[in-house]
Ligand binder design. Structure first.
Ligand code: F6P
Length: 435
């Protein structure tokens, strides 16, 4: 599979950015198309570097594809919320308008639904004034929704609205949608660029080392753990139980656990565990109460998969399991099982269940996420103006990259139980392997 993104054609227009790119600069201000970011940063001494295993480096190009004065750019936001979406929208609009002088910018409402005339959602014009004050607010000023629409219908809308560039701010499902649109555009031979900006609170999109909003979510999650720890350590037989978001990947749970240092067991969907038996979570909690008097457990909502009953479990419009549904609520399930276990043994426990739920994502971006959102948005505009398409802005080894969507949707980012992150988690919790 190719590592290089597609382009619409040769870049024949001088960039209006007016950067100086002196010959001999180690890192020129304009980035040449042959700059690469290696996938693997480390090699064994003596190994040859395979420069084909590399991303195209993101950044401004000296020559661009689209003539800014004749270009219409459009944005949509899809999938679940995440802190910082409004920051990305604002920076996209300001960069397009002020730096490139793009004539017309549109917003499609409520995700891919906004591209389907059947939804009856009006297209909104976006200008610096429209987005001036949105960055202090969580959520998305454009609205969002889950689920896809018929791809031909969506491309028809883009053509009818005269769109040349579409930015899709979304998670892995939205990147799949963006890729399908890009493929249909290529089939029709249109000069229309599709650029993804990775957005997921779960931090589970491939080839981006961290998604925006994740830091903010981890901070809120840590506050929930702090509360659970305070409650647990102040009660007789105190157990604090915290459920955190993370549908298929437990990155929020793992990072909040590391940030807190007060968690005694962290359960994520990627690592097998059992509740029962001498090596199960329940026996471990009993041991904790005997030896330490209290315990704090963090569980990622995706562990609710163990409660799934074949095809009967509720799903959202994207086909994802609805883990917020009471039937799949792993936190409530743990609460019942823990209380029952200790009741059967006549051990008094005081269990406090803390579920910050949507609080981790329905908040404004913190300072570092706000900066990161701005960087991602500017990189997305540089790529779009240079006629790159069917790609997502990534960040790898701290450097911005242009990643083909085909590669993004082919892989998933998950916690590797043998990798440093999980070793750090189990070191701080001291938990055994619950199998
Ligand atoms: O987008 C990821 C996520 O935040 C998951 O962690 C969570 O399971 C899901 O979205 C819930 O979102 P909603 O209830 O909006 O579908």
């Amino acid at each position: 599979m190719n590592w290089m993104p597609k382009t619409l054609g040769p870049c024949t227009i001088d960039s209006p950015l007016g950067l100086s790119s002196a010959a001999g600069d180690e890192v020129p201000d304009y980035v040449a198309d042959d700059r690469r970011v290696l996938v693997t940063a480390e090699i064994t001494a003596g190994d040859r570097i395979d420069e084909r295993q590399a991303f195209e480096r993101g950044g401004p190009r000296a020559r661009i594809f689209f003539d800014p004065g004749r270009t219409t750019a459009a944005l949509l936001t899809a999938g679940g919320l995440c802190p910082g979406i409004n920051n990305v929208i604002r920076s996209l609009v300001l960069q397009l308008h002020h730096k490139y002088g793009v004539a017309r910018i549109l917003g499609f409402r409520y995700g891919f639904a906004g591209l389907d005339p059947a939804s009856g959602l009006p297209v909104v014009p976006l200008e610096p004034d429209t987005v001036a004050h949105i960055h202090g607010r969580g959520g998305t000023m454009l609205g969002t929704s889950r689920g896809q629409r018929e791809v031909g219908t969506m491309v028809d809308t883009l053509v009818r609205e005269g769109v040349h560039i579409l930015f899709v701010i979304g998670g892995d499902g939205s990147m799949r949608g963006a890729h399908a649109i890009a493929e249909e555009i290529a089939r029709r031979g249109l000069d229309l660029a599709i650029i993804g900006v990775p957005k997921t609170i779960d931090n589970d999109i491939a080839w981006v080392d961290k998604t925006f909003g994740f830091d903010t979510a981890v901070s809120v999650a840590r506050s929930a753990i702090d509360a659970a720890h305070t409650e647990a350590s102040s009660a007789l037989g105190g157990i604090g139980l915290v459920r955190l978001m993370g549908r298929e990947a437990g990155f929020i749970a793992a990072h909040a656990t590391l940030a807190s240092r007060d968690v005694n067991a962290c359960l994520v969907p990627e690592v097998r565990f059992t509740l029962d038996g001498p090596r199960g979570l329940l026996a471990y909690l009993e041991w904790r109460l005997v030896h330490r008097g209290h315990a704090v457990v963090v569980v990622a909502e995706g562990c609710g998969r163990m409660l799934v009953e074949r095809d009967q479990s509720p799903r959202d419009p994207s086909g994802n399991l609805k883990l917020s549904d009471v039937s799949l609520d792993i936190g409530r399930h743990f609460e019942q099982r823990i209380n029952a276990y200790f009741r059967d043994r006549n051990v008094p426990v005081t269990l406090k269940y803390v579920d910050p739920s949507y609080m981790v994502r329905g908040v404004p971006a913190n300072a570092m996420d706000a900066i990161y959102c701005d960087e991602l948005a500017r990189m997305a505009v540089h790529a779009a103006m240079a006629g790159k398409t069917d790609m997502m802005v990534g960040r790898w080894h701290g450097t911005f990259t242009n990643v083909p969507l085909a590669r993004v949707v082919a892989e998933k980012r998950r916690i590797d139980p043998d990798h440093e992150l999980w070793l750090a988690v189990t070191e701080t919790t001291g938990q055994p392997q619950f199998v």
